[in-house]
Design a protein around this ligand. Structure first.
Ligand SMILES: Cc1ncc(COP(=O)(O)O)c(C=O)c1O
Length: 473
């Protein structure tokens, strides 16, 4: 046995204690930690012969990398749509590392962690008020959830055309319809061989909307003359959190034969609030649904689920079957995640979500979701009332999309704002206009934070009169 590892295994309590102290210090000070950092470290290329030992390695991490760790799970990281990490989720995440389970099947590889995953999926479906005729699994993010769902959709269309695409590849064009899909949909179509260009974009509804125009959609469907197709709906577009009219689309399922996928990466959490759950009316008729956990569930990054109707399980196995490897178990086993989703190697990814769902329950998530929406509205009202800023769309849920009154100044303003390192927002383009997007999905974000950001914005105008332009409409 390597003497260094042997020695350190005997002092695990001290090593873990040092990490615990550091973690607590980070979490207690997360609100004042910078939201972005300069990239100023040099990448090393040679590895030491003997190794530094764990304590020395921590010292080196703290010297070189710790100063550039940003508060991406802090209350004013409003870029992307990355939530925070709840205390319970952190506990689950740490334990997932310690127990280091092999989350494939039930008992098949000696462990039962797949059952914990199934239970977590059940709890999550209950939170989102989804019916029990779905099942699901954990993947790394909404991109992989969209990928997984669309791979099964592809197999479904193939079957309709008497083809086994998973086995034999694609021989015919498959029609995919969507209106304002997230970029990960294009990536997924590229990965599953349908092609990222092979998507028919249906126009959006009029009046500053990103939702699908239902008349244009139905007319496009009629042009297909009964050909099976895939429809991808948005339950929360990335810029303005707009929702397709899911209730009406659900009724189209009675008239036409299509696979219906809903990307509800963060919009799915509207289900937690009595005030907003109507936005999802009808979603229980979808064949597959994407929901991200590292967004509004507030678990550490790299976690999302897919929900797929149980009736499609065989298509799912056909799409992801990991065969010809006797050492990996029976490929026909009833539950073996290896045969049901992209990754073969999987840690107990469900555990942080299980901890957080159990710890905070339906009330906890309702409070997080409604609080974030309230704060997004406060920011939206401030922007709407500021003469130098322009709200690009009404605040529909938890995202605020805006620009400078003079669009050409938008990027300079965002640069100055992000450079305060006290808040982080992302650039975007909305209906051809350069904009800024703030996505609020963190359990820690409070009134104090939005006040602070409004002050930062006002200071930028005070210090940069050239940005203070009022455009008369
Ligand atoms: C609507 C939507 N779909 C998919 C994604 C991709 O998510 P992930 O980064 O978890 O892969 C996002 C991310 O912001 C999103 O907002």
């Amino acid at each position: 046995m390597n003497p260094k590892i042997k020695e350190e295994a005997l002092k695990m309590d001290r090593l873990l204690e040092s990490i615990k102290i550091q973690a607590i210090d980070y979490l207690n000070n997360i609100a004042s930690r910078p939201t972005s950092a300069e990239t100023n470290f040099k990448i090393e290329t040679s590895l030491s012969q003997q190794g530094l030992g764990a304590s020395e390695t921590l010292t080196e991490f703290n010297k070189r990398f710790e100063p550039v760790m940003v508060a991406s799970s802090g209350p004013r990281f409003w870029g992307l749509a990355v939530g925070g990490t709840t205390p319970a989720a952190i506990m689950g995440d740490w334990l997932a590392t310690i127990y280091d389970q092999i989350s494939y099947s039930v008992g098949g590889h000696g462990d039962n962690s797949a059952l914990i995953e199934l239970e977590t999926i059940e709890l999550f479906m209950d939170l989102l008020n989804l019916p029990k005729n779905y099942w699901g699994g954990f993947v790394t993010g909404a991109t992989m959830s969209n990928f997984t769902s669309l791979a099964v959709a592809r197999q479904w269309v193939g079957k309709k055309l008497s083809q086994d695409i998973a086995k034999n590849g694609i021989t015919e064009k498959i029609t995919v319809l969507a209106s304002a899909p997230h970029s990960s949909i294009f990536k997924s179509l590229s990965l599953i061989g349908l092609g990222s260009n092979n998507i028919t974009i249906i126009k959006t509804e009029q009046g500053n909307r990103e939702s699908i125009d239902l008349v244009a959609l139905e007319s496009e469907i009629q042009n297909l003359k009964g050909q099976p197709f895939i429809l991808i709906s948005s339950a929360g577009t990335v810029n303005t959190v707009d929702f397709d009219d899911l209730e009406t689309i659900a009724k189209l399922k009675d008239k036409y034969d299509f696979w219906w996928h809903i990307d509800a990466a963060f919009g799915g959490f509207a289900a937690c609030s009595d005030q907003y759950k109507h936005l999802l009316n009808g979603w229980e008729n979808a064949d597959s649904i994407t929901v991200d956990c590292h967004k509004w569930l507030n678990v550490p990054y790299e976690s999302a689920v897919f929900f797929i109707k149980e009736e499609h399980k065989l298509l799912q196995v056909e799409s992801f079957q990991n065969s010809n490897a006797p050492y990996l178990g029976n490929p026909n086993e009833e539950l073996n995640f290896m045969n049901l989703l992209p990754e073969n190697s999987r840690r107990l990814k469900a555990l942080p979500s299980w901890f957080s769902l159990k710890a905070y329950g339906k009330e906890g998530y309702k409070e997080i979701v409604e609080n974030n929406i309230r704060i997004a509205h406060q920011l939206g009202e401030f922007i709407a009332s500021n003469p130098y800023l322009k709200l690009l769309a009404p605040v529909r849920l938890n995202t605020v999309c805006f620009s400078l009154a003079n669009e050409n100044d938008t990027q300079s303003f965002l640069y100055l704002l992000n450079n305060t390192r006290q808040v982080y927002m992302t650039p975007t383009v909305y209906k051809g206009e350069k904009g800024i997007r703030a996505a609020i999905v963190n359990w820690r974000t409070s009134d104090k934070d939005v006040e602070m950001v409004m002050n930062l914005m006002q200071n930028i105008f005070r210090e940069n009169p050239d940005l203070c332009q009022v455009i008369d409409l």
